[in-house]
Design a protein around this ligand. Structure first.
Ligand code: CP
Length: 315
């Protein structure tokens, strides 16, 4: 494929190939050799229309470690502030001939739309409530390394499912890899129709966590709640916040995950989040660089092959 827009477009074998390549980059990043020339001569532009710490930093590092020329577009200082549309902005950058465009946008579907207008490879760094494919891939690599496999696991995804692109991409990926998925959260934060996807839905944390191998916590995405239901944080933590007492219902060796940014004392107890015997939150961040290196390498290979075919046909 030319782009990485969502997990829904990936076959299980493609996911495995990407994770296997990412695994080699974990080793490379941990050693002193920090740079390769896989993307030498290629230009990567990062366009983040929504705030980001982990995704933007790791895409930038990933591109630099692969030898690309990386440019971060400062959206706040750009002509977007003067009313230029997303598509006009993308077309403008496209005219400068980038090879890879990494885009985060607050509107679901915006990145897919943009991908239809440009000549380069586009990577979705999160679009509205739709998808965050590289997050699901880095979560998958973290789970595979911690559990030794990525199938036949019971994975509990907890909290604000309705507004979470992380939940959606994980749901699709973990489903493709034949895991048992449980969604836990208040009914008001559960999207309609999820039970039809073959997942189990729980309102009660203790019942939902029973026997889980993986516990994935999510932030309340208040910025996407449109002024609608926002639970009191105190009440929410009491019922849905993960602490040691609730985690005891999961398997003894269950791992705790969170994509970040996390709100300590709202969806997760801070001490538990920092407990390196249970929490793999920092591993997730580390895997983010490796997975994004792998994703960009695979897309760059496809792009070079496509350009080679076009050039051959033009002769
Ligand atoms: N997990 C994630 O997407 O974090 P950022 O918003 O900091 O990129």
């Amino acid at each position: 494929a030319r782009h990485l827009l969502g997990i829904e477009h990936l076959a299980p074998e493609e996911i495995k190939t990407l994770l296997d390549l990412a695994e080699t980059y974990v080793d490379l990043n941990r050693r002193t050799i920090k740079k390769t020339d896989v993307l030498a001569g290629m230009t990567q532009i990062n366009m983040f229309f929504e705030a980001s710490t982990r995704t933007q930093a790791s895409f930038e590092l990933a591109g630099k470690r692969l030898g690309a020329d990386v440019m971060n577009m400062a959206v706040a200082q750009s002509s977007v502030k003067k009313g230029e549309t997303l598509i006009d902005t993308a077309m403008t950058l496209n005219a400068m001939h980038p090879d890879l465009l990494v885009v985060r946008h607050q509107s679901s579907g915006a990145v897919d739309l943009l991908a239809q207008k440009v000549n380069c490879a586009v990577l979705n760094a999160g679009d509205g409530k739709h998808e965050h494919p590289t997050q699901a891939l880095l979560d998958a690599l973290t789970i595979r390394r911690a559990k030794g496999r990525l199938h036949r696991l019971t994975v509990a995804i907890c909290g604000d499912i309705a507004h979470s692109r992380v939940a959606r991409s994980n749901l699709i990926l973990l489903g493709k890899m034949e895991n048992r998925i449980r969604l836990i959260g208040p009914p008001t934060l559960m999207p309609s129709g999820v039970a039809e996807l073959g997942v189990e839905v729980f309102d009660d944390m203790r019942a939902g966590l029973e026997g889980a191998d993986v516990v994935m916590m999510l932030r309340l995405q208040k910025e996407r709640m449109d002024g609608g239901f926002i639970p009191s944080e105190r009440e929410y933590y009491f019922r849905y916040g993960l602490d040691a007492e609730k985690l005891a219902y999961a398997k003894d060796d269950a791992i705790v995950m969170h994509p970040g940014p996390m709100n300590r004392g709202v969806e997760i107890d801070g001490t538990l989040a920092d407990d390196i015997n249970r929490s793999v939150i920092q591993d997730q961040v580390e895997m983010g660089v490796a997975v994004r290196m792998a994703a960009m390498e695979l897309l760059a290979r496809n792009l070079k092959a496509e350009r080679g075919r076009v050039a051959a046909e033009g002769l």
